[in-house]
Design a protein around this ligand. Structure first.
Ligand code: CUA
Length: 357
């Protein structure tokens, strides 16, 4: 390293001069930069919690992935700190005596040995996690088939016993039990991701991919599509509700039942409008003549937490908004809007859909 510096060069470090010239007038600016960095870190840390955070794990897989993240971040900090220390050393070191040995030590130690040990350790740790993340669910586990549609989720529960149950745009899971997801898509590639519960998995046309998730605590989380799949990719989400086992069993039993007959006058009229406007050609409502398979199953749509695949709260006003301006709420959606219908008819339709508990 010493050979790079001419012995005739003045013993002044140009970089040190640069920083000295900035002087005290920059102290205020440095303080502002420091405060900004603290504020940025604080904002980033608040993003670590919440229903859609991989840093706030609520599942076995997510816990392992979060551990891996922290080890990776720790390794990155070690490498970064090493580089900063070396940079400071390079700026401050005096170059007026032979340093061949020290330079060799730095290049071999800092340039080869430390990165190899740190990155090699992280690689081994990361690879060792893979078998547990990719292990299949034990035989007899609940299976859930999820199909990525444009831009919503077709969901079929296949319990070890009893008939399958169809629903859409919502997933409920029993706490503490591994569940196997079977994922596919009829047309474009999507990716199924519940960050709080585990890793993501692609949904590929013509292929069935699998993902095992095991929730470790109850709560309401958020799943998303993690692969750009078209105009409304960002409007393709779903609530995930993790429940106690007994509560989950009751919920699944309720979802298996055919739709209840509406009894409020408005909802009864809405049911008639549902069939006279041809909604049944695309949607299924078990227990009625509606057996369409193009759009989401609506048998218990009123009981779901969201509308439009995780983008709106489930209430009559949002049902109305959806029916009136489907294409504004979700650009590019296949379902036509029904804004041409009289508002009394639309209100009745919304009342009927909301009654499907
Ligand atoms: Cu589906 Cu992005």
């Amino acid at each position: 390293m010493s050979s790079l510096v001419s012995p005739l060069a003045p013993k002044i470090n140009p970089l040190r001069c640069l920083y000295q010239r900035r002087g005290d007038s920059h102290r205020n600016k440095d303080q502002r930069v420091g405060a900004g960095a603290v504020a940025t870190i604080a904002v980033m840390l608040t993003g670590c919690a919440g229903p859609q955070s991989a840093m706030d794990p609520a599942g076995r897989g997510a816990e392992r992935i979060a551990d891996l993240f922290w080890w990776m971040a720790g390794g990155a900090v070690v490498v970064w700190a090493g580089v900063v220390v070396l940079a400071i050393y390079a700026i401050r070191a005096r170059h007026d005596f032979p340093q061949e040995r020290r330079a060799k030590l730095l290049i071999i130690g800092g340039g080869a040995l430390i990165p190899t040990i740190v990155l090699g350790g992280l690689l081994i740790y990361g690879l060792a996690l893979l078998p547990s993340l990719l292990a299949p669910a034990p035989p007899g586990s609940l299976r859930i088939a999820v199909t990525g549609e444009q831009w919503w989720w077709r969901v079929r529960y296949v319990p070890p016993e009893g008939q399958p149950v169809d629903l859409a745009n919502e997933i409920r899971l029993p706490v503490g039990e591994p569940v196997e997801f079977e994922l596919d898509s009829p047309d474009v590639i999507h990716a199924f991701w519940i960050p709080a519960l585990g890793g993501k998995m692609d949904m590929i046309p013509g292929r069935r991919t699998r993902l095992v998730l095991e929730p470790t605590r109850t709560g309401v989380f958020r799943g998303v599509c993690a692969e750009y799949c078209g105009t409304s990719h960002a409007l393709m989400a779903f609530p995930v509700v993790v429940m106690e086992k007994a509560e989950f069993a009751r919920w699944l039993e309720q979802q298996r039942r055919p739709a209840a007959e509406p009894f409020e006058a408005l909802a009864v009229t809405g049911k008639a409008h549902f069939f006279s406007n041809g909604c049944s050609a695309c949607h299924t409502i078990t227990g009625t003549e509606a057996r369409g398979r193009v759009g989401p199953d609506l048998t218990h749509v009123g009981s779901r937490l969201s509308l439009g695949a995780g983008i709106m709260a489930n209430d009559p006003e949002n049902f109305l908004r959806w029916l009136q301006q489907t294409n504004h709420v979700k650009p590019g959606v296949t379902m036509p809007h029904f804004g041409m219908l009289p508002s009394t008819e639309l209100r009745a339709l919304a009342a009927y859909l909301e009654s499907l508990q």
